[in-house]
Design a protein around this ligand. Structure first.
Ligand SMILES: Nc1nc2c(c(=O)[nH]1)N[C@H]1C(S)=C(S)[C@@H](COP(=O)(O)OP(=O)(O)OC[C@H]3O[C@@H](n4cnc5c(=O)[nH]c(N)nc54)[C@H](O)[C@@H]3O)O[C@H]1N2
Ligand SMILES: Nc1nc2c(c(=O)[nH]1)N[C@H]1C(S)=C(S)[C@@H](COP(=O)(O)OP(=O)(O)OC[C@H]3O[C@@H](n4cnc5c(=O)[nH]c(N)nc54)[C@H](O)[C@@H]3O)O[C@H]1N2
Ligand code: SF4
Ligand SMILES: [Mo]
Length: 692
């Protein structure tokens, strides 16, 4: 037993950040759901079993180095922190002397607390003086974030508390499957439905979310932009748009209107596969039932046109006058535990704390002052996640990875594996030896959620507290402690105390878009979290945005005309089907955590490719057979799960195990640099070994 009293904290996994209570007891910790505004006592299977990993036998308990330094084929051996960090320090110095500052790269994660994300960004820019930093949120939220920033002037996933969803009369969910991705959030949709709300789900699969909806539109993956423009076309033709709102609160509508002119319903039906009458019914519900919301998630966003697709739905919401109205609006459902805060405080290639831009002279001045350096010492913007990974072994020679398992979760993983192997030196900080850690020179064992203090910002923009219930095992450190030690070795003193780091973050973010200046650990505790922006301690925080204006230069939302582009890779004779990828309820992300939880692994032990029975029949595939999926980049063998809920031209594969990303296309969205995880061309065949 490593502690004594009950501690109120939050789930380590997704952005819902469900409240839970931990009570140390023999032989392990008791985990109970807690009544917090987002989950109101609910938890999903992942949350319920989260404590199983605290004392898991696979846990990394000591730093690891290679028996033969420099030889990544030699086995790992346990090492002291001093040994592991000395090796790291030496490699960083050597690479920077030989190849310049930017040759040392940092890759972060949206699961890191605000304090750690902030410290990591500062470590790269100030200690390493390197521009080479980005993080896994580039693969997650970047398209919707880019669209929201350019149109609304701010990117806060939900600009209203989640409970507002229960009061909307119509909810359009585009490429979102919260029934599996955030089960406790379904209570708000259920309450809405009980009170007469109508829900529409746009998804190539009949998911659990779609099954409960009033309408399910089943487009070909990658055609959501055409669909949105088609909906707006109908809304304009049928007189459903809100002209006063458009005039008073937006700019750019005329161009948007022109751009949607040619999206006639019959053409959109041909492009997307969604029948015309369903398009009309969707518009009618959005425009005439009272408060309405449009929510997008990764299904719409993880495309080579993801930014413009999010934009098209934002245009629709604005034209209908929804944004800023009670129980209405546009939002995007953030994914990782700190997916929101993780994209605000500087681990993004182009960013400084407070959601400031690294190329903005005023922002550089403000942050440099807090950091006690000259603004000219700050590097400029670096490259996006995939672009940086694609450069490994070339421009970037040493890489530090915190809180991401890129060997499994990055697109085109065969290439990424080769690139990781071509590094001079790889350092990975994790809880378990992930597929990425297995390739490293040095592995650093890090504390888990229940063993550290910090703040997280959930999908609503609510800043909450993660609290320490137990001490970490003796040789395990928090990432803040690790970064402070490494920083000191490289000549710069930094704090390893979360509160001290948060106080500095408050000052660095002050006056920025994501302003945390008025948020304190005590307030978070007292007020069930505080919504940013919160510029002063006597400011109440901002649960709802946009009621009066938008934080753009002219106070209006800047609509932008967007037109459909086909996915970067279309089916052809050799690769005739579309592969899309995503999540299953029982596993989380690359699976490095949840694949080790017994109850989850019993429930879902292996990946299943979802295939329509008609498509399966054509290739002689039965339910449970092993099938081989092939794309231009790789091969994956998965067991088939036949389902008439998926389009017959589309295959779905989860990415919680190595495999799916051997197939995916790293074609990047030109604005957000998001890869096309949700559409590539594949061939399918029954695997030779059949049912094995
Ligand atoms: N169980 C579980 N929950 C999670 C996670 C997890 O790994 N496991 N991860 C968390 C994270 S980081 C995130 S980002 C969220 C993601 O949450 P979601 O975005 O809801 O999850 P996904 O399964 O990636 O994608 C949602 C749906 O998009 C559909 N889709 C695929 N292609 C298209 C398309 O072209 N158009 C449309 N309209 N739909 C399409 C898929 O069929 C899928 O049902 O979940 C969070 N919650
Ligand atoms: N094909 C396909 N690929 C995808 C997606 C998809 O839909 N399809 N989705 C993308 C999305 S939305 C996301 S968010 C990414 C996620 O993909 P990853 O970035 O790989 O996410 P995780 O598997 O959560 O990796 C987090 C790692 O950090 C460790 N960890 C947890 N907490 C901490 C901590 O505090 N410190 C440190 N140092 N380590 C910690 C965990 O054990 C785990 O190994 O995948 C992307 N990849
Ligand atoms: S929905 Fe998300 S935050 Fe809630 S218990 Fe499940 S994984 Fe944890
Ligand atoms: Mo994500």
């Amino acid at each position: 037993m490593r502690g004594v009293t009950a501690t109120d904290t939050h789930c380590p996994y997704c952005a819902l950040q469900c409240g839970m209570t931990l009570t140390p007891e023999i032989p392990r910790v008791r985990l109970e759901p807690r009544d917090f505004p987002v989950n109101r006592g609910g938890l999903c299977a992942k949350g319920f079993t989260a404590a199983d990993l605290l004392d898991h036998r696979d846990r990394l308990l000591h730093p690891l180095v290679r028996k033969v330094p420099g030889d990544r084929t030699s086995p790992f051996r346990e090492a002291t922190w001093d040994e592991a960090l000395s090796q790291t320090e030496e490699q960083i110095r050597t690479a920077q002397e030989r190849h310049g500052r930017n040759s040392v790269g940092v890759f972060g994660g949206g699961g890191l607390t605000n304090e750690k994300a902030y410290a990591l960004g500062k470590f790269a820019r100030v200690t390493l003086k390197s521009a080479s930093i980005d993080y896994n949120g580039r693969f997650c939220m970047s398209s919707a974030a880019t669209a929201a920033n350019r149109t609304l002037g701010v990117d806060r996933g939900l600009p209203f508390p989640l409970e507002d969803v229960a009061h909307a009369k119509t909810v359009l969910l585009v490429g979102a499957n919260p029934a599996d991705a955030m089960p406790p959030s379904m209570q708000y949709l259920d309450t809405g439905r009980e009170n007469g709300a109508r829900h529409i789900v746009i998804d190539p699969r009949r998911t659990n979310t779609a099954a409960g909806a009033h309408l399910h539109l089943q487009p070909l993956p990658g055609t959501d932009l055409a669909l949105a423009n088609g909906l707006l076309h109908i809304a304009i033709r049928e007189g459903h748009i809100d002209e006063a709102y458009i005039r008073d609160r937006t700019t750019g509508f005329d161009a948007v209107k022109n751009a949607t002119n040619s999206y006639w319903p019959d053409r959109v039906e041909r492009m997307t596969g969604v029948p015309e009458n369903r398009l009309r019914e969707t518009v009618r519900l959005l425009a005439t039932q009272g408060p309405a919301m449009i929510l997008t998630a990764r299904g719409a966003e993880q495309h080579s046109n993801g930014t413009d697709t999010a934009q098209a739905y934002l245009n629709l919401a604005l034209a209908l006058g929804l944004v800023g109205r009670p129980f209405s609006g546009y939002g995007t459902i953030t994914g990782q535990g700190n997916g929101q805060g993780g994209r605000e405080h500087g681990q993004k290639a182009d960013q400084l704390p407070g959601y400031r831009k690294l190329d903005d002279p005023e922002a550089r001045k403000h942050v440099a002052k807090v950091w006690g350096i000259d603004p000219d010492e700050l590097p400029g913007p670096g490259q996006s996640a995939y672009e940086m990974l694609d450069q490994l072994g070339g421009k970037v020679r040493v890489l530090m990875v915190l809180a991401s398992n890129i060997a499994v979760s990055a697109p085109n993983s065969n290439r990424i594996l080769e690139k990781l192997k071509s590094l001079d030196f790889l350092v990975v900080s994790d809880i378990f030896a992930s597929e990425t850690a297995e390739l490293a020179d040095v592995v650093l064992p890090t504390a888990q959620w229940a063993e550290e203090e910090g703040t997280m910002t959930n999908l609503e923009g609510r800043v909450i507290r993660r609290k320490r219930a137990l001490a970490p095992p003796p040789e395990v450190r928090t990432d803040l402690e690790m970064l402070a030690d490494l920083s000191r070795r490289l000549g710069r003193a930094e704090s390893s105390d979360p509160r001290t780091v948060f106080e500095e973050l408050r000052r660095a973010s002050a006056g920025g878009i994501a302003d945390y200046a008025g948020i304190t650990y005590e307030r978070i505790e007292k007020e069930n979290g505080v919504f940013w922006p919160c510029p002063a301690e006597d400011h109440p925080g901002t649960p709802r945005l946009f009621a009066d204006n938008f934080p753009t230069k002219d106070g209006r939302a800047a609509m932008r005309a967007v037109i459909h582009r086909d996915p970067a890779e279309m089916p052809d004779r050799t690769f005739p089907y579309v592969l899309t990828t995503g999540r299953n309820m029982q596993q989380y992300q690359s699976g490095n955590q949840t694949r080790r939880v017994k109850a989850l692994n019993v429930a879902l032990p292996e990946p299943r490719a979802e295939i329509h029975p008609d498509l399966a029949r054509r290739h002689g595939i039965n339910d449970g057979d092993l099938v081989e999926l092939r794309s231009r980049r790789g091969v994956a063998v998965l067991r088939a799960r036949l389902s008439d809920g998926i389009r017959p031209d589309t295959v779905f594969a989860p990415f919680h195990w190595p495999g799916a990303n051997a197939l995916t296309n790293p074609a990047l969205d030109p604005h957000s640099r998001m890869p096309a995880f949700k559409a590539c061309a594949v061939a399918i065949s029954r695997h030779e070994r059949g049912t094995d």
